[in-house]
Ligand binder design. Structure first.
Ligand SMILES: Cc1ncc(COP(=O)(O)OP(=O)(O)O)c(N)n1
Ligand SMILES: Cc1nc(C(=O)O)sc1CCOP(=O)(O)O
Ligand SMILES: [Mg+2]
Length: 519
């Protein structure tokens, strides 16, 4: 590659500024950050806080930058590049920290996302940071996310972190102290049987669980994680997905480094975008509870705890997994009208009406489809669907917090669940539903969506991740877009307006099916 071509590649990629120490052994610090970012198609610019002399087992010495040298590096960078995100690692002292706080606060709004990995010690045993309490607080108030391990969490809060309860209390304390969000790495939490990372923000708690893996000699996994989070944020993933992907990325590098001897173990290798479903964590969402009322003992069936070794029996499978076009309609008349197309699946999605009226309509819909091969899913009304013996029920993310999933499974009612990204997929994969819906792929006028449209590239990755569970794409799919959607390998394509808002719905059904290659 010519210098010119190299420069062009770099310019096209988003830029993350990495601020931290140099590890002369090459396993951690800003070297690790730059390698991770390059692996995830992000260009790293670096600002050095200190130069450390260390091997893989021991730290010999360190030399900190003066605040003025740090300032000069910042100045030079800000004149030549714009940071899409900033990743901070080891900060040597209060002077450096206060300078960084001031510089970050002076950035124009909207500021880039800032993640601080508060490295206290190196894995080779050396102390890297001497920060006073008020300065730690100033940093916590400035950055968007802080990613301590349990020892660093204890240092940041001055609280013991030795159990799940004390970990949660310390995380909540950090939020009370002004941190915007915290992601605690569970690798050092020796009391846990699984490796459970915990994200806490003022509004929610998310747990990411993996089986514990022998880390081998791999170093710099904390730097890797925080850099990967920054990379996925600048690639425009929502924070929940960026955390899920970063967790999966580190797990994939770990597995690779344990299974292969063709490289230096402390370095690991580049593995690229995480694609192996086995590397993804189980994800559990819960609202953040007030400190005083924490219980954490949620009903295991309503909100299953992420235990990667728990055996959950699957929901009843579909009778045909080749779903084809999946009309989503709001009346019995629509079902009657579309049944002659021979559709394999249809959804009754009604948002208005009294309970009695809806019960009557569901009864009629079931009667209409009973002796056909059409698989009828009832949206939202899971109790009526179970009671009246519908083929299946379709539920959204909020619904599965409250629905009695055990009752649905016991009744043999199939279950389809909506998802909108990697974190939600990892939340529901463990429930083993009859299908997973992936939305919304394109902008839609049918429903107000809080999430962004996913696009075809992400859809392909979601389909891969759902391995073994049938998938359905939904959202803004029409005749012009359906062929690209079908190429991703989804089992079904759900449409509302492309059938119900056109002059000739039957013709639209056949045309869409043909274009998708279903007919
Ligand atoms: C196939 C399919 N996918 C997604 C949805 C959306 O379901 P939900 O999140 O429950 O939202 P509402 O449809 O209830 O507004 C769906 N219905 N079908
Ligand atoms: C009901 C619904 N759920 C979505 C999701 O992403 O969960 S998108 C959507 C609307 C789909 O309608 P149309 O085909 O007209 O765009
Ligand atoms: Mg619903």
């Amino acid at each position: 590659m010519t210098d010119n071509a190299l420069q062009q590649t770099a310019v096209k990629q988003p830029v993350v500024w990495c601020i931290g120490g140099i590890d002369s052994s090459g396993g951690a610090g800003i070297t690790r950050d730059a390698i991770t970012l390059a692996d995830l198609k992000v260009h790293a610019c670096v600002i050095t806080t200190q130069a450390t002399v260390q091997s893989n087992t021991v730290m010999l010495s360190k030399e900190s930058m003066t605040a003025s040298a740090l300032n000069q590096q910042w100045q030079v960078l800000s004149e030549s590049t714009q940071a899409s995100a900033i990743k901070i690692g080891a900060i040597a002292n209060d002077e450096q920290a206060l300078l960084l706080c001031a510089r970050i606060q002076s950035l124009a709004m909207p500021r880039p996302f800032v993640v601080w990995d508060p490295v206290l010690r190196t894995s080779s045993g050396g102390k890297l940071s001497e920060l006073s309490e008020p300065v730690v607080e100033a940093l916590l108030n400035t950055v968007d996310l802080v990613t301590p391990n349990t020892q660093e969490l204890s240092w940041l809060t001055n609280m013991p972190v030795k159990t799940d309860d004390s970990l949660r209390a310390a995380a909540y304390q950090l939020i009370e102290n002004g941190a915007h969000a915290v992601y605690i790495k569970g690798g050092h939490a020796s009391w846990q049987t699984q490796a459970c990372d915990t994200f806490v923000s003022p509004t929610q708690t998310i747990q990411f669980t993996q089986p514990r893996k022998d880390t081998g000699k791999l170093r710099g996994t904390g730097c890797m994680l925080a850099s990967a989070i920054a990379a996925f944020v600048v690639h425009d993933y929502c924070i929940e997905d960026a955390l899920t992907l970063a967790n999966a990325y580190v797990s994939q590098v770990r597995s690779d480094s344990c299974s292969s001897s063709a490289h230096t173990p402390a370095f690991g290798r580049c593995v690229g975008f995480p694609r192996n479903p086995a590397s993804f964590p189980l994800v559990k969402f819960s609202p953040r509870e007030p400190l005083a009322t924490q219980t954490f003992s949620l009903d295991a069936e309503k909100a299953p705890l992420p235990q990667s070794n728990t055996v959950i029996s699957p929901f009843k499978t579909l009778t045909q997994t080749h779903l084809g076009l999946y009309p989503v309609v709001d009346s019995v008349e629509w079902i009657e009208r579309l049944l002659p197309t021979g559709t394999n699946i249809i959804q009754f999605r009604v948002k208005q009406g009294t309970q009695e009226d809806i019960r009557q309509q569901i009864k009629e819909a079931i009667a209409l489809t009973k002796h056909t091969h059409c698989q009828l899913f009832i949206n939202d009304y899971w109790e009526l669907a179970v009671e009246l013996g519908a083929f299946g029920v379709h539920l959204g993310q909020e619904d599965i917090d409250t629905a009695d999933l055990h009752a649905i499974r016991k009744a043999g009612t199939r279950l389809g669940i909506s998802t909108h990204g990697f974190a939600e997929i990892q939340r529901v994969r463990q429930l083993k539903p009859s299908y997973i819906a992936l939305g919304h792929i394109f902008p839609t006028n049918t429903k107000e969506m809080p999430s962004k449209p996913q696009g075809i590239e992400r859809l392909s990755k979601y389909v891969e991740l759902c391995e073994g569970i049938p998938t359905v794409a939904i959202g803004g799919i029409n005749l012009a877009r359906i062929a690209d959607v079908a190429k991703t390998g989804v089992n079904g394509i759900a449409v509302v307006s492309a059938i119900t808002q056109v002059d000739d719905p039957l013709h639209a059904f056949y045309a869409l099916s043909k274009e998708a290659g279903f007919a």
